[in-house]
Structure formats: C-alpha cells, structure tokens
Write a protein that binds this ligand. Sequence first.
Ligand code: IPE
Ligand code: IPE
Ligand code: MG
Length: 259
Amino acid sequence: MTKEPNLSDLESRLDKSSLPRHVAVIMDGNGRWAQRQGLPRVRGHEAGAESVRAVVRTCRRLGVEALTLYAFSEENWARPKAEVAALWKLLGRFLKQERAEMLAQGIRLNAIGSLHKLPTATAQALRKVMADTAGGRQMVLTLALSYGGRQELTEAAHRLCRRVAAGQLRPEDVDEAAVAASLYTHDLPDVDFLIRTSGELRVSNFLLWQMAYAEFYFTELHFPDFREAALVEALTEYARRQRRFGQTGQQVEEAARGR
Ligand code: IPE
Ligand code: IPE
Ligand code: MG
C-alpha cells in the first residue's frame, strides 16, 4: 500500500514562487457531509468552520495575499429560517473566537455583500473585528456574506449612473477600471484561483467579474473534509498551470525566460 503523503511532504513539493495572490473558495458540501453521518446540517456548518480556520492559517502561513470565502449567498436567504439563523450565530461565534488570532497574524478582515441585510448583532460583531484588524498587512481575509455577483454588478452600475447623472463622470469614462473601482472588491486583486468543494461544477453567482481569468479547481471533498493537506494539494495543482491570458503557450514561456 502506498503511504499517504503527509503535510510537510506535500508542502516541500509546492513551488512557493507560483502561489496565487488571490484565492477564492466556494465552501460547499457542509449539509451533505452532516447528513451522510445522520447528523443535522448545522453540524456540517460547525465542522466547516474548522476548515475555515485551517484554510485561513495555511494561506497566511504560505504568503497568500488575499483569501475570499463564500460564506452566504444572496440566494441562501431562501433556506429554512432555522438554518439561516444558525449560520449567522456560527459566524458571530467565529468572529469572537478568531479576533485575537487575526490580530496576532496581521490579518485584515473584510466583508463583501449586501451587509445591511445581516442580523444586527452579526453586523455589529463584524464591524468591530473589521475595525480592530484594519491595520493587518499580512493577508486580507474577505467574507462574502449575503453576496451575489449579479447584485454586485447591478449596484456598481447604479453607482456609475449616479455619478454620470451628477455630471462627475462622462459615459465614455466608464471603462473597465471604472467598473472594477465600483465593485465591493475595489481594493482586491483579481481572483487567481477559485476552489469549489463537494463536486458541484458551477460558480453560483460568486465574483463573476473578478473571476474572468481565474484558474478553477473542483474537488469532490465536502468542505468539512477540506483541510491543510487538501489545500496544499490544490495550490500545487495551481502552480503547475500555465496562465496564458489570451497569448500562446510559447509567448508565455518566452516571457518567463526573459524575466
Ligand atoms: C455550504 O454548504 C455552506 C453554505 C452554503 C452556507 P451547504 O450548506 O450548501 O451544503 P450542501 O451543498 O447542502 O451539502
Ligand atoms: C454556494 O453554495 C454559496 C456558498 C458556498 C455560500 P450553495 O450550496 O448555496 O450553491 P448551489 O445552490 O448549490 O448552487
Ligand atoms: Mg451547497
């Protein structure tokens, strides 16, 4: 029988110079993970919170600049009320427990989405940790909460229209940079690497604009089973990819040699 590679073996094989700047994760499969074991779905979300810790720590340790986690979609409001309430409660607990570590690790907490829809207590706790960690320079951790990519783009369109109507901007000045600057993610680099767990092959309204040239990675693992080793494996796969941005493979190789 072949031995399962351990974390340090995996990490030693990872080319640290080819890490993505911005990793985004669609954390899916918590419910199925729990149901598979005859547990209530909420237990899956709790186990998923442990994976969040593992993913945050690992990205920070390896030097990933930006990590964005899809924690609650605009569409997730349609779930049973008790599950929605349990998710917000869990987030509150997570914020309380992780604040000290975020501060110690220089992690800046950020949030994107229709944040005004969050329960008051959750929004308050979130604002507090965001303010407390505002000086963090090592990594920005963005939580997508009540987030929808189409809603984000629609809001950006509204913002730009208002500026045009106010005479602050000419229609011809609305270029890609102006759109990007009107998004929730205006201060983040584009997504380099998108991971989705649980075997679903879709983007579910996540970061539609920002993913234009992201590399996609899908794993059958449910999110509660996605821990350090699984992440390092995913990053190793990323490091092997050739990103061409429309150019030929040869052009990309030549540019890399000339560096
Ligand atoms: C992802 O797990 C977490 C959220 C969407 C909040 P799910 O809850 O979607 O788990 P499945 O897809 O039902 O297994
Ligand atoms: C996407 O997962 C949203 C989050 C991970 C927060 P869903 O489980 O809600 O996605 P669909 O509905 O299966 O596409
Ligand atoms: Mg799901």
